[in-house]
Design a protein around this ligand. Structure first.
Ligand code: AHM
Ligand code: MG
Length: 338
């Protein structure tokens, strides 16, 4: 049986569909190669001395795990010298990382969360890497890229994806022509396509939310969740199931494969306060979910239309099943006008 590797898929996208510029192809291959190395490090666990925390905090004031830093370095090292990037940004770095002058520069900007779901690392649950690719604005030709150049809304993304390090290591990717899944064949060392043109199942009664944050939710989110917890006896007229992995990559992947809705809403008590980051968590996941036939909102407007005002900007996230996402938005509107 002839298998479609990531390399072959990308070359065919470049050649046949004419949608993928060569530089972008190389960039995605490089990110995928770094994810292979991260997968290897994750799987070594205590034997590779990669578990546990460091004394340092990242820009978000979170204690960094050893693997956060290792994965960040791996992604920076892999992507610095290829010539396709102008700069990078990461959850783990306060400011942008310019490509050093000793290397050629390209026209793309890469953003990533090197290890998403860090709290899962030490207990052997799934974690992942999320990435988003933007084009540097024309205006920065001939000068150094600045943080402002990164502040583009999610619709400007030219590619997005995630790697998930779970029972299998997977790479899920879109370059704007559907969503494709690749499984890491560890013996051969290549990413092999295992799902194509993925469309998330609709109409599935499953939600993912951290219930312990209920005190922070808006009346609309409370109503949405409470009605579903009531199940068949409540206004929904059917029972719902709940899952929470505490790793956005794992929760979004489940939704992509099995349907349902994922929520990490704004903290209603503090305007603008939220947990997840727009540029390298919410936007790439929204790009994938929309490509797979789902929807993504901050609770009010489509997530990819949220104006970017800061590299580490936080945003409410509600994504997945189209009708369920629409229900959350509708409840919000109803309660605003009530
Ligand atoms: P991280 O990037 O620092 O790991 O944080 C993001 C993670 C998401 O993967 C996940 O959905 C959420 O934080 C879990 O939050 P909680 O600890 O409230 O369950
Ligand atoms: Mg994260």
């Amino acid at each position: 049986m002839s298998r479609t590797t990531l390399t072959r898929f990308l070359i065919e996208q470049q050649r046949n569909a004419n949608v993928l510029p060569g530089e972008l192809r190389l960039l995605i291959e490089t990110v995928a190669r770094a994810c292979k190395t991260i997968s290897h490090a994750v799987s070594k666990g205590a034997l590779g001395e990669v578990l546990g925390s460091l004394d340092s905090e990242n820009v978000q004031g979170e204690i960094q795990k050893k693997l956060d830093v290792i994965a960040n370095e791996l992604l920076l090292d892999a992507n610095e010298w290829g010539g396709h990037l102008a700069a990078m940004a990461s959850e783990e770095m306060e400011t942008i990382h310019l490509i050093p002058n000793r290397y050629p520069k390209g026209e793309y900007l890469l953003l990533f969360d090197p290890i998403d779901g860090s709290s899962n690392i030490d207990v052997d649950l799934s974690v992942g890497t999320i990435f988003s690719v933007l084009k540097a604005p024309d205006a920065c030709a001939g000068r150094e890229v600045t943080e402002e150049d990164f502040l583009q809304d999610g619709r400007q993304q030219v590619a997005a994806g995630y790697a998930i390090y779970g029972p299998q290591s997977l790479l899920v990717l879109s370059v704007g022509t559907g969503v494709y899944e690749f499984t890491l064949d560890r013996e051969v060392g290549s990413w092999v396509m295992t799902d194509a043109d993925m469309q998330m199942p609709q109409g599935k009664c499953e939600f993912a939310i951290n219930m312990s944050n209920r005190r922070q939710w808006s009346p609309a989110i409370r109503r949405y969740v409470d009605e579903r917890v009531e199940g068949g006896a409540g206004p929904c007229g059917q029972d719902y199931n709940m899952r929470w992995t505490a790793s956005m990559v794992a929760d979004v992947h489940r939704i992509l494969k099995r349907g349902g809705i994922f929520m990490y809403p704004y903290d209603h008590r503090n305007p603008g306060k939220a947990k997840l980051r727009l540029m390298y968590e919410a936007n790439p996941m929204s790009y994938l979910i929309e490509q797979a036939g789902g929807a993504a909102t901050d609770g009010f407007i489509p997530l990819m239309d949220v104006p970017a005002t800061g590299l580490h900007q936080r945003v409410g996230v509600v994504l997945g099943d189209k009708a369920e996402v629409a229900a959350v938005v509708a409840y919000g509107k109803e309660m605003e006008t009530a």
